[in-house]
Design a protein around this ligand. Structure first.
Ligand code: FES
Length: 123
């Protein structure tokens, strides 16, 4: 049961989200992507901090990571969303941009109750 005095808002049902296919929902005036991650769910504003592309509609993927040798490996599969507009990559859980940690996509705390996924909007 949602506390109506809180800023918790219903987003979607658990069955609406798949591991590599986020559900884009409208919560009030905001478009929000709901992602299924290993061990839970995450919510991210569907607006890229670069030039306002629809960030959550980009592919869920991993990223290239440098090793201590002179090579790169593909890592973090399923933890990254890549904006379809210019390819910037963001950590789904934290919203951190991988090439510039000072840049973040807006994320929201997620609470699951029974089969309902709720997002906590800022006060
Ligand atoms: S608008 Fe997202 S990378 Fe440019």
């Amino acid at each position: 049961m949602l506390d109506r005095s809180s800023n918790m808002k219903f987003a979607c049902r658990v069955g609406d989200v798949a591991p590599s296919k986020p559900k884009i929902v409208q919560v009030g005036p905001m478009s929000i992507g709901i992602f299924e991650l290993e061990g839970g769910y995450a919510a991210m504003l569907n607006v890229c901090p670069h030039r306002a592309g629809r960030l959550c509609e980009g592919p869920v993927c991993g990223t290239a990571r440098a090793t201590d040798r002179t090579e790169f490996i593909y890592d973090r599969e399923g933890q990254i969303v890549r904006c379809a507009w210019h390819g910037w990559e963001f950590d789904i859980k934290s919203g951190t941009c991988l090439v510039d940690e000072m840049l973040r996509a807006k994320t929201f705390p997620v609470h699951v109750e029974d089969d309902q996924i709720n997002v906590e909007l800022a006060r």
